[in-house]
Design a binder for this molecule. Sequence first.
Ligand SMILES: [Zn+2]
Length: 367
Amino acid sequence: MVAIKYISPIDGHVHLRWTEHPEPFALWAFMDAKAVGLRAIVEQVNTRPALTSLDIIKARRDYINMIKKAAGAEDIDYKAYIGMTDDEEQVKEALKAAMEHPEFIAGDKTFYVHSTERMGLLRPSIQLRNWEIRGAILYNKASTSHLEDEKKFDQDNKFNPEDPITHSLHQTELAELVQAQRQVRFARDSDYRGIFVAHHVSSPETIDFLNEEKKKMPFPIIIETTPHHMYLNTDDYRIHGNRVKMNPPLRSPESQHGVLERVVNGKTDVIGSDDTAHGLDKKDSDNPPSGIKVIPIYPYMMGNLIELGMRPNHLRKITFDTPNEIFFGGKLDPRIVEVEYNPDLWTKYGYGHGKNPFSRIDGTLSV
Ligand SMILES: [Zn+2]
């Protein structure tokens, strides 16, 4: 492998884990972040306890400061999102906290479907009410979303752990598109003036829809894609089984190529890893949780996107400038790092050589 130089990326989508796992996942995530040269991390809310109040986030920040020190990663900046629930008072308090404490809260986060820790807000009336609260208080921060609608899941294809591709057949691309359409409409109807962030967009159709809406809406729309939706597809179940199960799920090779092509051609705004650790014993069980490790792939991805023809300035924009602007108020200084892709970073999570989730594309796959 050759070392490549890039502007230290900001990852606006990381699940660091807290008390719910015996493994030191947050520590390992910061060690990996340091190894691949990340500049900053924004943590997702579905920890145990969940990050839904200012007090919990303050306690979390103190804990993370300790972890960063232990990982030798004190120069990596950290913020958290604050999670939205169906409780009106909680929502008001959380949005107020996000506006009053931009130094450690990057914005709010809503799950529109249940995922790990079941924080889904499924009722459209509650979803709309939360947008109306944002509109009423002139909320001007990032509102980030997990966009899937479980009503559009294919009930004829239920997930069967023996046949991992059923996860992708069940949680359809249409489910993502429909929820994106609904939430953009709700935000518009609520006079929303913040920044609408669509996390982990996995379908080319959703990317195209959101790009059209950008031209019409009075608020910015940010399209985030993940390395796994850019590089992996339903063929990878044959290699890795449920170890590549995540939400939204992997798509067909055709859709995956469509996502990657749009990223390379400048049709998306940020890359977030959606990095999520689970013990491999759980991933290999008959009730496999969703989410995969992603952070170690950064150096491969940064080099590969340039090889595919992305302009270096655009790569810098979607991995540093834009996330810096929307999550860190433009306050982070750019740093240049020089990093070599290191497949050994996967080892501590239990992956044997050539068995990491990206092994089909990183050249390590052993068959
Ligand atoms: Zn996520």
